[in-house]
Design a protein around this ligand. Structure first.
Ligand code: BG6
Length: 488
């Protein structure tokens, strides 16, 4: 049973930005609509854009109408939400503006400061909050990207740590708020069926695919400095890998879970030397087709630099150096402009040790656990059964034992990841947030890869928009005698 969060003042820095308008306000609205916000909770939209409050509040409402399904935007819920909402003009770098902000916030109660701004100003916001005496009762929520490598992420984290102890810092990775990702914990640690098999004795390999159909969507400037490795692998895919690979935590406390994730990160084999060529593929999309429509290549997108060698696709083989996972590759793959939006994890179990069926069925006989995050949320276990019918003999087929969340719990709306995360911050629970050392180990692993690319002058391989990536990403896995699950 979810409880109503304690009363707080939720101060959203960067309230007129894309993330706030498309994701955060709709998520706050849904929490309010579900009556999970305390009646005294206030929402402060903080932005440096000029213009009067009525105009900005109008913008927020307009976006709610666009991003919340019409049937969920009941007028009474909307009126309640608007009554909580205030707009405050704040120049994030100007200490004086925080005096006004502190007056608006008042003397008591928890403050949640959500930084939906560039990470370069996190330190200044923290310092200014501290100057007006707000830091001690504030939880700081940090959006990604936190830096673009280990060193810059340390600079940001250290600037925040000067004013906020780690137990009041909430680093967002929105994948951790997705229902099915949380279900990984339930699946693994509430079912002895899986956990007893969850190691190199029974699992042959693991695939994690996060494919997006969209291209760069007007974000070229940001994306080109990052690339797919920093934008997706360093955070979302590495977090998924940790949740699959970690040992059972002693309990569900934030630090017990995060300690186990860090052990996995420390055990990740650096990808260097020859492995840079055999275990990693970088790609960049060229013009192609998406849903039958011609779409431009990455270098022809709006505001692009036609000489960029930033990758929009990465496939790699990660190895974890410990007893549980020795010899079990984790194949990670993510890209823009792929044929469909698909996020899924496939755990491939080993074949039975002794084979007694017809030799021509040999290839199909391993079990697979398929955990689908997007577009639909489901968990399916592919098991071998016999074909029905007198004429079939002992002919095998692979079929699913399936739990499709939207079918199984038809009445329940699947919440957006941000709803879950915002609620957890309000409840002071850090389970679904990333600790400083997790980010740092993950950067360390990615940094050596990026350094290797630089040293070897690696250029991304082209792939047509609407395809599953460069041919060499297929070779990456077929070289090990395997294939990406379900590619068509
Ligand atoms: C963000 C990345 O973190 O995740 C984006 O910056 C990406 O580039 C997005 O599109 C994908 O999130 P989701 O929830 O749509 O899979």
């Amino acid at each position: 049973m979810i409880s109503i969060s304690e009363p707080c003042t939720f101060a959203l820095f960067g309230a007129m930005g894309d993330l706030a308008l498309r994701k955060l306000f709709p998520a706050l609205f849904q929490l309010d609509r579900a009556e999970l916000l305390h009646e005294n909770t206030r929402l402060l939209a903080l932005a440096r854009e000029a213009g009067d409050a009525a105009y900005h509040l109008g913008q927020i409402e307009e976006h709610l109408r666009e991003f919340v399904p019409a049937e969920q935007l009941e007028e009474t819920a909307l009126a309640r939400f608007k009554a909580r909402l205030e707009y405050v003009h704040v120049d994030f770098l100007k200490a004086d503006d925080y005096v006004t902000l502190a007056e608006r916030i008042g003397d008591s109660g928890t403050v949640i400061a959500y930084f939906a701004t560039p990470a370069a100003v996190y330190g200044a916001i923290c310092e200014n909050l501290a100057k007006v005496g707000l830091a001690d009762r504030t939880r700081a929520v940090l959006e990604k990207p936190i830096g673009h490598d280990l060193e810059s992420s340390r600079t940001v984290n250290d600037a925040v740590a000067r004013y906020f102890p780690e137990n009041r810092v909430y680093r967002i990775d929105h994948y951790l708020g997705k229902e099915t990702v949380q279900n990984l914990i339930a699946l693994r640690f509430a079912n002895s069926l899986f956990e007893t098999q969850w190691n190199q004795n029974y699992i042959s390999h693991v695939e994690i695919t996060v494919a997006e159909k969209v291209g760069i969507e007007g974000r070229w400037g940001y994306f080109d400095k990052a690339g797919q490795l920093r934008d997706m692998i360093q955070n979302h895919l590495v977090q998924l890998l940790c949740l699959i690979a970690m040992d059972p935590p002693a309990d569900l406390s934030a630090d017990a879970i995060r300690d186990e994730k860090v052990k996995v990160l420390k055990a990740l084999q650096p990808i260097t030397g020859e492995a840079l060529h055999t275990h990693v593929v970088r790609g960049q999309y060229i013009a192609g087709y998406s849903e039958g429509r011609a779409v431009p290549g990455y270098l022809e997108e709006e505001n692009s630099n036609p000489h960029s060698d930033t990758e929009t696709f990465v496939a790699l083989r990660a190895d974890i150096r410990n007893w549980r996972w020795a010899g079990v590759p984790f194949y990670l793959r993510t890209g823009k402009r792929m044929p469909q939006k698909l996020s899924q994890i496939v755990i491939h179990f080993k074949e039975p040790p002794h084979y007694i069926f017809a030799p021509e069925q040999r290839m199909q006989i391993s079990n697979k656990l398929i955990i689908r995050l997007q577009p639909d949320e489901s968990i399916s276990l592919r098991v071998m059964t016999k074909e029905q019918g007198l004429d079939k003999g002992m002919q095998l087929r692979s079929g699913p034992l399936q739990l499709n969340f939207s079918d199984a719990y038809r009445s329940a709306r699947i919440p957006d990841a941000y709803e879950r995360l915002l609620l957890e911050v309000m409840q002071g629970n850090q389970n679904l947030f990333v600790r400083k050392d997790e980010i740092e180990y993950s950067w360390k692993w990615c940094d050596q890869l990026i350094a290797g690319w630089k040293r070897s002058g690696d250029v991304p391989k082209p792939y047509a928009a609407g395809s599953w990536g460069p041919m060499s990403s297929i070779a990456l896995i077929t070289r090990d005698g395997r294939s990406w699950y379900g590619d068509i």
